[in-house]
Design a protein around this ligand. Sequence first.
Ligand code: CP
Length: 335
Amino acid sequence: MSPTEPPNSTNIPDDGDLQLAPNGQLRHLLTMRGLDREQITELLDRSQTFVSEPGQAAVRSRALQGKTVANLFFEPSTRTRASFDLAAKRLGADVLNLDVNTSSRKKGESILDMIYTLEAMQVDAFVVRDAGSGIPGYIARHTNDNVSILNAGESDISHPTQALLDMLTIRQNKGRIEGLKVAIVGDIAHSRVARSASEALVTLGVGELRLVSPPDLAAEPGTVPDQARILYNLEEGLQDADVVMALRIQRERIGNLDGILGIDEYFATYGISHERMKLAAPDAIVMHPGPMNRGIEIESTLADSASSVITKQVRNGVAVRMAILSTVINTVDTR
Ligand code: CP
């Protein structure tokens, strides 16, 4: 196995087929693309079995006893990293949280050599977050058949476990995805959350998907499903919406901040507030993947209100990651 160059933003292969084992079972989770309604629904059903209510003991099992999961986060994270860590431990796995900043990557070791080194220590699954495009798929193409790769956030391309926890949260609150009006509001252009959520929503039969942003932060053509309506007017986007998801401005991915609205102007034009939520359906829910910038994309008291399901999203994150870890690692075992 000889290392090749990692992909760059102009040559990212489609990872949809790569994530399936020859028997059609999910071996990696790289993207929502290529997963059909039945596969997503099965993952959501499995996730639901790992959900515990606040105040109850966390669900635990020994399903991954003897297995090892390595968390490799080349970008900052609180929610995704902590929930993958807890998910693996609650399934009985050994967990390696590698501090990338003090690893030998700092001495110039390539990402593949790092993976091969950890593979030699019998890691069964790598959880990878990276600012580069195509890195989880690149690793998946170069690992042994008995190893799974889980995408924990890839550039502005893909965040599949976030999409699954978002779908689970919507389903718990609305009972379905089919037919709902969903508005995703904010920096769509740089959001892997918006892309993966859009892909999952369309596959699950969303009624109307509205992607609302300032023109400078709108989705590039071809990066979101054709069914999505691209809107620049927030009031139009919120009208009768059943679900409103606010996104932060991904300043770390924006090369030139010239022309991006200032904080006050942004909140005045695109901030989700109690007042603006009066346009949405009376029982609409408010979501945010976090981290939040209170007072910029969302009114602080709205984030803590009864219509907010943001804490529920975080709690569901552990359940979804337990479901996906136990699915892919068992797939590898039974191939
Ligand atoms: N939503 C999300 O990916 O949050 P973190 O960056 O904290 O993991």
